[in-house]
Write a protein that binds this ligand. Structure first.
Ligand code: GLN
Length: 477
């Protein structure tokens, strides 16, 4: 599949029109997606109608972008991977990022599968279907933006949008061998993103190359008066960070991120990547993020508390599923939620309600907020000494479908390297850094994570691009 840059070049030279691109994409989806199951739906006719009137002079003129099925696109379904919304919900408005994409000339095309309401790490929590990892279809693509990563990796999309609350852009990007960037909290509007945990959620690009991630980030960043947490600060020219050298860049290596529990294949690929950064002129510095061991517990208190509140709006009255087996209003609430939500969503609502309930609020929720401050301070202190932090994205490569289904705790623990960035609100990127072989001879991609200072997306792009150009993982992926 052409990258965004390549596609734009073939439009400019007249070799291709946006309609050609949409048609060939639709053909590829038709032939591959029955196996990959990356898309919940796609509307070729609507995309072709948009392609007819697109302005090719715009930065993303005529570029189709797959959208995670949690971001509202007016007139299209938005299931959030849930039975609750799959039946009868059509988005009544465009999300902030979709308005910005359209203003840049892009065409939202295809609704990418995800874990229900973005809760999960494998897409197995999708009520619609489980997406397959294109590198080994017996394995998960990661999650919750597993559909977005899989369709980019399977050449079924040029690029995609995902959302990241605790790693959901970076982790599937790592497991599928594409680039995934989680912007700083407040960089990108959350208006029209169905909320999971509002203090952690961010939308970001999932692409084939770092350059494409810069282009897509440029298009979706910036103020939106509909999201009070979206900052009103100028957006740098991210493409200007492409092609810069990284001599003297101080790269922190948190010792807690290279400790026990890290798969040896992942470890050696990430260590080799760090040596490569060094040979490009970066200076590795050992650092400590001492509160890392509390990150998983802190995240799963704060995220579930916010989820339990956010998901209260699904009451069987306003949107989506409404139970037909209810004799009165209270029963309607109960039965609609009981029937509409999947097991993991219910687990999180129960956990979140518990930690917010009187008597437990101080012991869990308030305590977690305090630890969150400490985790954030770990990063503030680290960024006094270093420009960027490098680490693995995941403790192990993609696992087999069903392998962790009965063990939610094991699934949660595997979020260890990604969730702290959300708790601290900083930005991060996953860039392909190698492969590890399975027993049956399949190659599974591995990601290198780079974490940056608040609003330091430019530095991330600079380092990730320099690394990408010096290696050929991207080409193999
Ligand atoms: N895996 C994490 C969770 O299940 C992160 C999800 C996300 O980032 N949306 O909550």
């Amino acid at each position: 599949m052409p990258t965004i840059t390549q596609l734009r070049a073939s439009y400019q030279s007249g070799d291709l029109t946006p309609s050609d691109a949409i048609r060939s994409l639709a053909e590829t989806i038709e032939s591959r997606d029955p196996e990959i199951k990356g898309y919940i739906s796609y509307d070729t006719e609507a995309a072709l109608a948009e392609a007819e009137k697109v302005d090719l002079s715009l930065p993303l003129g005529g570029v189709p972008i797959a959208i995670k099925d949690v971001i509202n696109v007016k007139g299209q379904p938005c299931t959030c991977g849930s039975k609750y919304l799959a039946e009868n919900y059509t988005a009544p408005y465009d999300a902030g990022v979709i308005k910005k994409l359209r203003a840049a000339g892009a065409i939202p095309f295809g609704r990418a599968n995800m874990d229900e309401f973005a809760m999960g790490s494998s897409t197995e929590n999708s009520a619609i279907q489980t997406t397959r990892n294109p590198w080994d279809t017996s394995r998960i693509p990661g999650g919750s933006s597993g559909g977005s990563a899989a369709v980019v990796a399977a050449d079924e999309a040029i690029a995609a949008l995902g959302s990241d609350t605790g790693g959901s852009i970076r982790q599937p990007a790592a497991l599928c061998g594409c680039v995934g960037l989680k912007p700083t909290y407040g960089r990108v509007s959350r208006y029209g993103l169905v909320a999971f945990a509002s203090s952690l959620d961010q939308i970001g690009p999932m692409t084939q190359t770092v350059e494409d991630a810069a282009l897509l980030l440029q298009a979706i960043s910036g103020h939106d008066s509909h999201d009070s947490t979206c900052i009103d600060e100028p957006v740098p020219d991210y493409s200007s960070f492409i092609g810069q050298d990284i001599k003297g860049l101080k790269v922190g290596l948190p010792k807690e991120y290279f400790a026990e529990g890290l798969d040896s294949g992942v470890k050696s690929a990430v260590e080799t990547a760090i040596q490569q950064l060094e040979s490009l002129g970066a200076e590795p510095v050992e650092i400590s993020l001492p509160h890392t061991e509390y990150a998983v517990a802190t995240y799963y208190i704060i995220a579930t508390a916010e989820a339990s509140t956010n998901l209260a709006r699904f009451d069987g009255v306003r949107y989506g599923h409404r139970s037909e087996n209810a004799g009165n209003l209270i029963e309607q609430y109960h039965h609609s939620r009981e029937e509409g939500f999947g097991e993991e969503v219910k687990r999180r609502i129960i956990l979140g309600t518990y930690v917010l309930s009187s008597g437990y609020y101080d012991a869990y929720y308030i305590q977690a907020q305090k630890v969150r401050t400490l985790i954030r301070k770990d990063f503030t202190d680290a960024f006094e000494k270093v420009d960027l932090i490098a680490s693995p994205v995941t403790p192990s490569p993609a696992f087999k479908i069903g392998e962790k289904s009965d063990d939610p705790l094991a699934m949660y623990l595997a979020d260890i390297y990604t969730i702290s960035a959300n708790l601290a609100g900083i930005c991060g990127i996953s860039v392909p850094c190698g492969f590890t072989a399975t027993d049956d001879g399949k190659q599974l991609p591995i990601g290198l994570q780079l974490l940056g200072k608040p609003f330091g997306e430019g530095e991330l792009i600079k380092a990730a691009h320099a690394y990408e150009q010096a290696t050929d993982w991207q080409k193999l992926a």
